[in-house]
Every structure is written in structure tokens, then in C-alpha cells.
Design a protein. Structure first.
Length: 313
């Protein structure tokens, strides 16, 4: 049975710090995102993670990333300029509690060394948020072609087109006739997308967060959760990178529980999607979903996340 995620249920996953917390107890998030072609993706994701409440954000740039042909700053330089509190480089003695991979990257530009590093994380123990340019590795890492099927608890965040590519790569055949890549609010379309996402989740043994006007969060063996419809003002470049950062911070805060119960990633994913929409509505001046509001950018959404956390928690 398909469930609808609520603000009340989301609030249970928004962990407030206590007097006994330090930066490590609040969650250490590693981010391997952005590229010379898309340095802004790194900044958007890191900004969102900090503003969601991560105790520490560690940014690790892609190996062998070529300099920008347009003279743009590197992703690391972009992050440092705005968030000097960010830690840079590979983990030392204390590993990251969770990782965000792939936002703002292109598999066509990925080096052999970077591919190996990403596959090592996919087969590790830290929970993962896998987005955009890292999605192509999931089917390989979990199919037996490149190693063992087991690996880190993972939540995948494809939009409609990326979902279709994942579906084909997973060997599931033709997509169902009722598949709707756009994710409209129609009830039949919602059910079809939810059932299709659940099938892919079972196949890959990973949670699937299928983005759209109505977001689907499906964990293997559990009923899918729906979030939305979200504000249409979210349909703009970069908002997916913000969602990945929000989600990464929440996963890092609950990493121990995720390792014990990977299916909890669906509830965390639904919370992230609801928080993402709440931040967009605040930024657009339409917090009550009245249908008005104003145009926003992805950075506006990231900037409104603290207010959305306060409103939900």
C-alpha cells in the first residue's frame, strides 16, 4: 500500500542538537561532487548540507578532473570561497558517516582512478546518496560484473530520464505502459511511478528516490512513500544538487540507524524531499502552498533550508 509522507512524520527525522553533542555526533558528511564543467553543483550541495545541520562537511574533489575550459574556479575553490568551514581532502583517522556522490559530474569525463574510488565507496560500509553522474555505477557494482552484490546502504536520486537509464541497465526489460517520467499529480500516474520505482529498488537492493512533482521514495520490501506535489518553482537548474545535500546531511545524522535498517532511507528520503519543498516555498514567498510566489534559484532554496528546518521541527 502506497503511503503519503507528512510534516509530522518528517519532524521525527529532523534531529536537534543537544548539550552533549559535538561536530562528530551531529554527523560527518563526505561529498564527492561537482566537476570542472559543473563547479556550482559542489557549492549548492555543500551549502545545503551545512544549512540542514551537518556537524562537518568534508569535500573531496574528483581525481584527475581537468581544468575548466572556460577559466572557471575549481569546485573546491568555489566551496572554499563561500564555506571556509568545510574540510577538504580524503578522510584521515575519522571516516565520514555518509557520502554524497555524483552531483554535477559526467561519467564520460570520469578517470579510471575516480571510477575505482567511487566503486570502493559503493562496496564500503558508509551509507550513500548516489546522484546524477554516479548512478551508472550502481548496476555494475551490485550486479556481480564488477564485484560482490552486497555493499553500502544506498539511496539513489534519479530524475525521470536517469531512472529510465537505470532501469535499462538493470536488465528489467521494457518500462511498464503506465510509466510517467514527469511525475504529475494524477493518481494513476502516481501509483504507476511508485510501483515502477519499487521494482527497481528490489532489483538493485537500494532505496530509490524518484524525483518529480510528486516524489517517490521506495525501499526494498516496503510500501513506497509519496511526497508532494511540490511547488512548480522548484523546476529550475541546480535544485537537485540542493536536494542531494539536504539528504546527505540527514543520512549522516542517522548513519548508525541506517546501517542497522537500510529501509529507513526511504523515510529519510521522504523527509529530505518535504524539507526541500518547504525551503523552496519559503524562498518563493509561498509557504502555505497557495499557488502564488515568485521565481527562485537553487541557491535561494539552499539559503531557505534553515527556516524550513525550524518550521518543520
Amino acid at each position: 500500500m502506497i503511503g503519503h509522507w507528512s510534516r509530522e512524520r518528517a519532524a521525527e527525522w529532523l534531529r536537534r542538537p543537544s548539550a552533549g553533542d559535538d561536530k562528530y555526533r551531529r554527523g560527518v558528511l563526505g561529498m564527492r561532487t561537482g566537476s570542472a564543467q559543473y563547479p556550482g553543483a559542489a557549492l549548492l550541495g555543500v551549502s545545503a548540507a551545512w544549512r540542514t545541520g551537518a556537524g562537518m562537511v568534508r569535500y573531496v574533489p574528483a581525481l584527475d578532473d581537468a581544468p575548466s575550459p572556460h577559466g572557471l574556479p575549481s569546485p573546491a575553490a568555489s566551496v572554499l570561497a563561500v564555506h571556509p568551514e568545510t574540510v577538504f581532502g580524503e578522510p584521515g583517522s575519522r571516516p565520514s558517516d555518509a557520502w554524497v556522490l555524483g552531483s554535477g559530474t559526467d561519467p564520460a569525463d570520469r578517470s579510471t582512478a575516480e571510477r575505482s574510488a567511487l566503486l570502493e565507496l559503493l562496496r564500503g560500509g558508509a551509507p550513500l546518496v548516489i546522484d546524477a553522474g554516479a548512478l551508472d555505477l550502481v548496476a555494475q557494482a551490485r550486479s556481480g560484473d564488477d564485484g560482490p552484490r552486497d555493499g553500502a546502504p544506498a539511496i539513489l536520486t534519479p530524475h525521470g530520464g536517469e531512472f529510465e537509464r537505470l532501469w535499462r541497465a538493470s536488465g528489467l526489460g521494457a518500462l511498464p505502459d503506465d510509466w510517467d517520467p514527469r511525475g504529475g499529480a494524477d493518481g494513476d500516474a502516481q501509483r504507476g511511478r511508485a510501483e515502477t520505482a519499487a521494482r527497481l529498488a528490489e532489483r538493485l537492493e537500494a532505496t530509490v528516490l524518484l524525483k518529480g512533482s510528486v516524489t517517490v521514495c521506495a525501499a526494498p520490501g516496503e510500501a513506497p512513500l509519496l511526497v508532494g506535489p511540490s511547488t512548480p518553482w522548484l523546476a529550475t537548474a541546480g535544485t537537485g544538487d540542493v536536494l542531494a545535500g539536504i539528504l546527505g546531511a540527514l543520512v549522516a545524522a542517522h548513519a548508525a540507524g541506517v546501517r542497522e535498517d537500510p529501509a529507513s532511507l526511504a523515510r529519510i528520503g521522504a523527509t529530505a524531499a518535504l524539507l526541500h519543498d518547504a525551503a523552496a516555498r519559503i524562498a518563493a514567498g509561498d509557504p502555505e502552498a497557495a499557488g502564488s510566489g515568485r521565481p527562485i534559484t537553487a541557491l535561494d532554496v539552499a539559503g531557505a533550508v534553515p527556516a524550513a528546518v525550524a518550521a518543520l521541527a
